[in-house]
Write a protein that binds this ligand. Structure first.
Ligand code: DGJ
Length: 751
């Protein structure tokens, strides 16, 4: 078939009705049929550009209605066709993508193909983060315009293509060109009907302090659905899911990933229909959502990042790591080694003053730590979590002077200085609340729930965001601050804005998120050198939306090494090592009271941004010496760890051992992390098959008097067997026995 129009990845033929998006290894195809219904034809392994609509098997299914344009053809039904934009109220009884209530009270959305346009760059979404172009790689965009003839509503569909990462993005914009206002009651970012395969859905569930456990469930005729209505992307589910063929694993099987570049409510669902097609959808959760659109107004969805791998989950993860690192993360730290920091939270909680903080900094500096982060409690009246939020001025009595003075003292020690904020919250006991009680989200006439004794500022209002910005700007202008930890510690309830009209209350949860993004945009624009780390009681907002502003996120409030193996392992399915805040904390661990060796705590925390969360003045001399070695090790290897290619080798959910590794771009260096939770007795051989090495290169392995070729290490495996405990001649030394870890450094030998 001759190409009518194409710019590299986007091919259009058949009079502008057949669209094939091509990435390095995947293809995505749509076709506008003779009734202008936009059919979804294919998403999977790379294929050619022939029109696949002939594969659609149409039969006269009972109770599947037929649109008027189908005439006497009883085989043509919106209820059974594989569609790209399923409407509502007009004959497709599967889950819809868009629901509109019109001025006359009718519910209907029936979008048909109108035209298309191709752009040689990526598309942006007003007020929201999205993948952006770089000098090295530009995306391409297909914009398809659909119309709802009965109402003059226009729907623009955006398809972005990033060839190298096998990424296709989707987003949509709905414009009300009609004469009357409408209520948009649901609008997702994408929907697609996959014609074949028995899929399984991998999703990430969790809870506070135990986030992102990958779970897997077959997609059947009962709907598989996850989501958040908490106002954050949440600890409980992450806005990322993977549909994979039955039995797909790390290194085999086809998988389609989808993650939403958004930090608020979301839904993701998959369900088989009566013809065994799988409808796959994702977007803003319709609960508490209703967008009133006057004539001329528009609504934009957040962007969904789809990615395909035909060879398993590891490749899919690497594609996500790459696209997030290169086209989501921005700013001075995008490619920079992340500073090794010490955070005082678990060392002091609220019980600190200037003297204690300086002592921590002084000792930390001697250990090779590069930055001190002052956590919660430095501002307003904040001696515990009952008061002070909203008053972002330094408590000079507690800190013995201004922030500038403290920062200067820390700088003089040769360390950078970072600061904690929780900009979106306010305590009742604060000057801000006393002055502006109507600035919080609260429903008139109803009880106002508090969470951690705090209320939520109404960030859907520009004046509230601007006031918080003003307070933060003053602190940041006064003192040299290199890092901000932006925390958020409760879910949203009683969502009601005191300045929005009744008709606009259904917009508030989304506009709140836009307010968060606006404050981030203002701060990162005004202070581009500051490194932001996002946090929401640990990992309640670990999502691509926030990674656009803050390239790292506090992965979890649980700092125990064993739990962190699971949390970081699950997180790595989508998010890169450079985005995972990970610290060594004291033992017994404050969350689970477990004792693990200092070595294991570091060996886990290395696979992240790395830092400490303990009081260095309470350490023994031996521990201090060990930490000096740890910081030196991380300084030597952090580029490789944070920006190398990451492989999961053994899952902590599958057994007693876990292993992962990173490989340098030139494949000449690699680090393998191996972890064992409980010491077994008299067990057999243990080996781990490595990945990503050059099969033809010999690698010298640290702590082993041997070198092996890449193919041997990848096929026969790295031997991790050790002296069985039953005849172990060593005494327990804190680094053997339960909770063991080993790092293997591999270096290619010059031949
Ligand atoms: C929750 C965060 O996850 C912790 O690391 C710490 O910053 C506290 N908030 C402070 O209140």
């Amino acid at each position: 078939m001759p190409q009518e129009e194409e710019i590299m990845a986007i091919k259009v033929s058949e009079n502008g009705r057949l669209f094939t998006l091509q990435t390095k290894d995947s293809s995505y195809q749509m076709f506008a049929d003779d009734k202008n219904v936009l059919l979804h034809l294919y998403y999977g392994e790379k294929i050619g550009e022939e029109n696949l609509s002939g594969l659609i098997f149409c039969t006269d299914m009972g109770f599947a209605g037929n649109p008027e344009e189908a005439g006497p053809n009883r085989k043509y039904s919106l209820d059974t066709l594989p569609q790209e934009i399923p409407g509502s109220g007009v004959g497709d009884f599967r889950d819809d993508m868009i629901e509109i209530r019109h001025a006359d009270g009718s519910f209907a959305a029936d979008f048909r193909f109108d035209s298309y346009e191709i752009l040689d760059h990526s598309y942006a979404i007003p007020g929201m983060p999205a993948l952006y172009d770089t000098e090295e790689e530009k995306g391409e965009t297909l914009v398809i315009t659909m119309t709802e003839k009965a109402s003059d509503i226009v729907l623009k569909l955006f398809y972005g293509v990033f060839e190298n990462e096998n990424v296709i993005t989707r987003a949509a914009r709905l414009e009300n060109h009609g004469e009357t206002a409408i209520e948009l009651e649901k609008m997702l970012s994408f929907s697609m009907d996959l014609m074949y395969e028995n899929y399984e859905m991998i999703y990430f569930s969790g809870r506070h302090a135990m986030e992102r456990t990958a779970e897997r469930i077959p997609v059947q005729h009962a709907k598989v659905e996850i989501g958040s209505t908490r106002g954050t992307s949440s600890h409980h589910y992450n806005p990322a899911v993977i549909l994979c063929e039955e039995g797909a694993g790390e290194t085999h099987g086809s998988c389609i990933g989808a993650c939403l570049v958004y930090s608020g409510n979301f839904v993701a669902a998959a369900q088989k229909d009566q013809k065994n097609q799988t409808r796959f959808q994702m977007g803003i959760h319709p609960t508490n959502f209703c967008f009133h659109l006057e004539k001329g107004e528009a609504f934009d969805t957040p962007q969904a990042i789809l990615s395909y791998s035909g060879t398993g989950l590891t490749k899919l993860s690497q594609q996500y790591h790459e696209i997030i690192r290169e086209h989501i993360c921005r700013g001075a730290y995008k490619h920079a080694k992340r500073p090794i920091l010490i955070n005082n939270w678990e060392a002091t909680y609220f019980d600190f003053n200037e003297e204690k903080i300086l002592k921590i900094a002084e000792q930390a500096q001697k250990l090779g730590i590069e930055m001190l982060v002052l956590d919660d409690g430095w501002f307003g009246k904040r001696e515990d979590d009952n008061s002070g939020l909203g008053d972002w001025f330094v408590n000079e009595k507690k800190m013995n002077g201004s922030m500038a003075q403290l920062a200067e003292k820390i700088h003089k020690m040769g360390m950078k200085f970072g600061l904690w904020f929780e900009p979106e919250m306010v305590n009742k006991d604060s000057n801000l609340y006393r002055e502006h009680p109507d600035w919080i989200l609260s429903t008139p006439g109803r009880h106002i729930s508090h969470g951690r004794n705090q209320y939520i500022l109404d960030f859907s209002r520009a004046e509230v965001v601007d006031a918080i910005y003003g307070q933060m700007e003053k602190i940041l202008e006064d003192a040299p601050i290199s890092y901000i930890k932006w925390d958020m510690n409760r879910c949203m309830s009683e969502v009601y804005s005191h300045t929005a009209s009744a008709a606009d209350q259904g917009k508030v949860m989304h506009q709140y998120i836009l307010g968060v993004y606006r404050l981030y945009e203002k701060l990162t624009g005004r202070f581009p050198e500051i490194l932001f780390e996002s946090c929401a009681s640990g990992g309640s907002r670990f999502d691509p939306g926030l990674l656009y502003y803050a390239p790292q996120a506090w992965t979890s409030d649980d700092t125990d090494a064993v739990e962190r193996c699971k949390i970081q392992y699950g997180t790595s399915l989508v998010y890169p090592v450079s985005s995972m805040g990970s610290h060594v904390s004291a033992v017994p661990n404050h969350q689970v009271l477990r004792n693990t060796s200092l070595k294991m705590r570091a060996d886990v925390a290395y696979f992240g941004t790395f830092g400490y969360e303990l009081n260095p003045n309470s350490l023994t001399e031996a521990e201090r010496e060990a930490i000096k070695k740890q910081t030196a090790f991380m300084k030597e290897h952090r580029s490789l760890i944070q920006y190398g290619t990451f492989y999961r080798l053994q899952s902590p959910f599958a057994g007693n051992e876990m292993a992962w590794m990173v490989v340098s771009e030139d494949k000449k260096e690699a680090i393998v992390g191996w972890y064992r939770f409980l010491e077994p007795i008299n067990i057999g051989y243990r080996s781990v098959r490595l990945q990503g090495l050059d099969p033809k290169l010999p690698y010298q392995i640290s702590n082993m008097e041997m070198a092996l070729y890449g193919d041997e290490l990848m096929q026969a495996g790295l031997i991790v067997s050790d002296v069985a405990s039953g005849q172990n001649p060593e005494q327990y030394n804190g680094e053997n026995g339960d909770f063991q870890s080993r790092l293997y450094l591999l270096k290619a030998k010059e031949e």
